[in-house]
Design a protein around this ligand. Structure first.
Ligand SMILES: Cc1ncc(COP(=O)(O)O)c(C=O)c1O
Length: 390
């Protein structure tokens, strides 16, 4: 019997978010050490907040903007894409979206027919899987190579292609594993897309956060990919603007009106106050990005050092990017990551995210965020050391 006759099959297929479940359970625990959110803990820089206040006071934010976003903002985004991503962008190729997430959703709605297959590396950001399901597409999860830093398995991706494959979708730097796909690997993805007439949908939310010489590469910088790629970006991570809900996508100008058709029923336009804040973010000093990156580098190193002292419990790949890592649980109880994480929360007061939330190959792992203070990491690991080694 159907769970609840009122609910669509699409939505019933989506599993409850383990991340939100852990957040809910964490609230019931006093003085919890919180490593389960992929959300910057710093506040939005002052000059961005001030620009938003000024726009409000000038009476600029009470109405809708163009559906694609303020022209002034799209001009600045085009400059940024040229400067930082080597993408030759024009304002007609841009759509300002409600975070990266709404851009990804609108793109999938515009590209994927019911039953179309979308290849996703696994583990991956669980929202991507849900977005494909909501568009009545079929997520095809292709395991990544964990021992090589969770990188893409190009042969496995080739083997997963069928006549129904419409797109490949990935995030790099990645959530949950902190992988950074190399330019060489991504050029292979571009070849596969061009040979098979596939779209590639990229989520570049963590574009600025790479370490140890690993470099972010944007697929849209390859001119031949012009018709085959939709690239999604966000202000959320780069400028600590999670709550402002603003991002943007870049693609072939012929696709923008079609994706806009999917964007309008969900959003009409992005909140105009957030568009003025984003404009200030792009026009102002970029020092905050550097400061966030330096902070994540030192918290990553601290987290890796602390994990080294728990080598009988966890085995890990050092994250090359983002601010997340995905250790494997070596203990037998880790086979069920949900039970493991709930127990860790209840008994050690450390909140993490079960790996299974990121697809079946994530089972046996847990996700840890290092976008927190050093004190938070030390507190969490002091507790885990006590808990596991007594
Ligand atoms: C890979 C990835 N993409 C997108 C998002 C959310 O981005 P936004 O706030 O811009 O919708 C997140 C947030 O955790 C993420 O990890």
């Amino acid at each position: 019997m159907k769970e609840d006759w009122r609910i669509s099959d699409r939505v019933l297929q989506i599993q409850k978010s383990a991340i939100h479940e852990m957040t809910r359970l964490s609230k019931e625990v006093e003085d919890v050490s919180f490593l389960s959110w992929a959300k910057p803990t710093s506040d939005t820089p002052e000059h961005i907040k001030e620009a938003a206040v000024a726009a409000i006071k000038k009476g600029l934010v009470g109405g809708y903007s163009e559906n694609a976003g303020l022209l002034e903002l799209r001009k600045e985004i085009a400059k940024k894409l040229k400067k930082d991503n080597n993408i030759d962008a024009d304002t007609s190729q841009l759509l300002v979206t409600v975070g990266a997430v709404e851009g990804l959703s609108a793109a999938i709605m515009a590209l994927v027919n019911p039953g179309d297959e979308v290849i996703l590396p696994s583990p991956t950001y669980s929202t991507h899987i849900q977005q494909v399901i909501l568009a009545s597409g079929k997520p095809v999860l292709v395991p990544v190579i964990e021992e090589e830093g969770f990188t893409l398995d190009i042969d496995a991706i080739r083997n997963a292609i069928t006549p129904k494959t419409k797109a490949i979708m990935y995030c790099s730097p990645s959530n949950p594993a902190g992988a950074v796909f190399s330019e060489k690997t991504l050029r292979q993805i571009a070849d596969i897309a061009l040979e098979n007439n596939l779209m590639v949908i990229t989520d570049e939310a963590y574009e600025y956060f790479t370490y140890d010489g690993y470099k972010h590469f944007s697929l849209a910088s390859i001119p031949e990919m012009k018709r085959n790629v939709v690239s999604c970006f966000t202000f959320t991570k780069s400028y600590a603007m999670t709550g402002w809900r603003i991002g943007y996508l870049h693609t072939d100008e012929a696709l923008i009106p079609q994706i806009t058709k999917a964007h309008i029923p969900f959003a009409i336009c992005v909140p105009v106050v957030s568009q003025y804040a984003a404009l200030a973010a792009l026009k102002g000093s970029q020092k905050c990005i550097e400061e966030f990156r330096d902070h994540y580098l030192s918290t990553r190193n601290l987290m890796c050092d602390r994990l080294d002292d728990l080598s009988s419990v966890f085995e890990y790949q050092k994250p090359r990017g983002s601010y997340l890592m995905f250790p494997k649980i070596l203990l037998k109880e880790g086979n069920d990551s949900t039970v493991f994480c709930k127990k860790l929360l209840k008994e050690a007061r450390v909140s993490t995210t079960p790996g299974v939330a990121f697809g079946p190959t994530g089972e046996g792992h847990l996700r840890l965020s290092f976008c927190v203070t050093e004190e938070m990491i030390n507190k969490a690991f002091d507790r885990m050391e006590m808990y596991f080694t007594g």
